[in-house]
Design a protein around this ligand. Structure first.
Ligand code: SIN
Length: 288
């Protein structure tokens, strides 16, 4: 045996949370060996969101962990953490009424090559509330009839950031100044409505209320009726899970397989999170 010996994998425990997500325990994200990382990769492909508690991550350690999954996408709209442009701040102050991410959405679906996932780390959380909900867009596709699945596989949809981060966005007053670079929210992206997930191989419904504007070749009103049906279907409780944060919790979700929603039920308290987003790859249609 040479002098370079591989360290043993940590004895991690992965506890599924229902249709989406799994809590991972017995792991220190500051000190990950290759064996444990490979177990995390399998769990990520299978459960689409990994939850961790009790992590002590400096911004540099958060960046290190994120970089083991891919290149970091430097967010052009969010306020960065001081001296760490790779980390976006997700902040709600006690006097603020609205929060970031308070409606169901998929981060970065408006990009030509949407992000792989986001790693959200809790710095300060309210005494009660401030949970995040997740929905599985793969489980939601599985539970549709064969008839609608076939029709959806033939569709593409347009996604945009203009109405959220752009000059035309109608943000509430107390969110003014939270986002930057409105002039960069100009490009729209077209993606298949049913994608083949790059890690799990599952078929996934890839539309979301935050950023999808309409189906390609359909008008906005025509699109609205079908999108409304799909949105209430994806958000059904049996496709979702709810994560309760503590300081030091981290959630790492797959943007190609899930939606998320930050519950806004903690007025008068501060919630401060650090978010890193990892670059993805072009999406392919399930029927390609
Ligand atoms: C987000 O939408 O990226 C933030 C989610 C959260 O704050 O829980």
């Amino acid at each position: 045996m040479g002098i370079w010996t591989r360290r043993e994998a940590m004895n991690i425990t992965v506890t599924p949370q229902g249709a989406v997500g799994a809590e991972v325990s017995n792991v220190d994200l500051n000190d990950l060996d290759d064996g444990t990382l490979s177990e995390l990769r399998s769990a990520y492909a299978q459960y689409s969101v990994l939850f961790f508690h009790g992590q002590k991550l400096t911004p540099a350690a958060h960046i290190n962990f994120a970089e083991r999954w891919g290149a970091i996408n430097v967010n052009r709209f969010f306020t960065p953490v001081e001296n760490h442009p790779q980390i976006a701040e997700v902040r709600k102050e006690p006097e603020q009424k609205f929060n970031i991410g308070g409606g169901w959405h998929t981060d970065h679906s408006y990009d030509q090559i949407p992000a792989l996932g986001s790693l959200l780390y809790a710095k300060e959380v309210p005494l009660m509330g401030g949970d995040t909900l997740f929905a599985s867009c793969a489980a939601a596709f599985d539970t549709l009839s064969e008839g609608i699945k076939d029709m959806l596989r033939s569709l593409r949809a347009v996604h945009s950031s203009r109405h959220v981060f752009g000059k035309v966005a109608a943000l509430p007053d107390d969110m003014a100044g939270l986002f930057a670079n409105a002039d960069q929210a100009t490009q729209d992206a077209e993606h298949p409505v049913v994608i083949r997930h790059p890690l799990s191989g599952r078929e996934v419904l890839y539309v979301n209320p935050g950023f999808t504007t309409h189906f390609v070749g359909w008008t906005v009103p025509e699109s609205e009726a079908l999108l409304a049906y799909l949105y209430q279907h994806i958000a059904r409780p049996e496709h979702t899970c709810r994560f309760h944060w503590q300081p030091g919790s981290l959630a790492f979700w797959d943007n190609r397989a899930t939606w998320h929603l930050a519950v806004n039920d903690y007025h008068g308290e501060r919630r401060l999170m650090h978010r890193i987003t990892v670059e993805g790859e072009p999406l392919t249609a399930a029927n390609a």
